[in-house]
Design a protein around this ligand. Structure first.
Ligand code: SF4
Length: 84
């Protein structure tokens, strides 16, 4: 899947310096893994609620890999591959 497909499916993009994050609220199961995993990047009290902080590069990937619904995706800046 590429970014255009993801956006056409209703994902929103949250751009960072070294990683971009995508989120689709219609798919989210509200498990809270993201907020518990990194509450500086994922904060539902804030707008935007996702800020892909540069120095959280690895943690963002680790947290998104625990999202049970597929509502969160990411793309490294030097790649076109959408993960996971
Ligand atoms: S981990 Fe995924 S399913 Fe759970 S609240 Fe976050 S985005 Fe939603």
């Amino acid at each position: 899947m590429n970014e255009a497909t993801l956006l056409s499916k209703g994902y929103r993009k949250y751009e960072g310096e070294n990683i971009d994050v995508y989120f689709n609220i219609d798919i989210c199961q509200h498990s809270g893994n993201c907020v518990r995993g990194d509450n500086e990047v994922f904060d539902t009290e804030r707008k935007p609620w996702i800020i892909p902080l540069k120095d959280h590069f690895q943690q963002i990937q680790d947290v998104i890999n625990t999202c049970p619904s597929g509502a969160l995706k990411y793309k490294l800046k030097d790649s076109d591959e959408i993960l996971p």
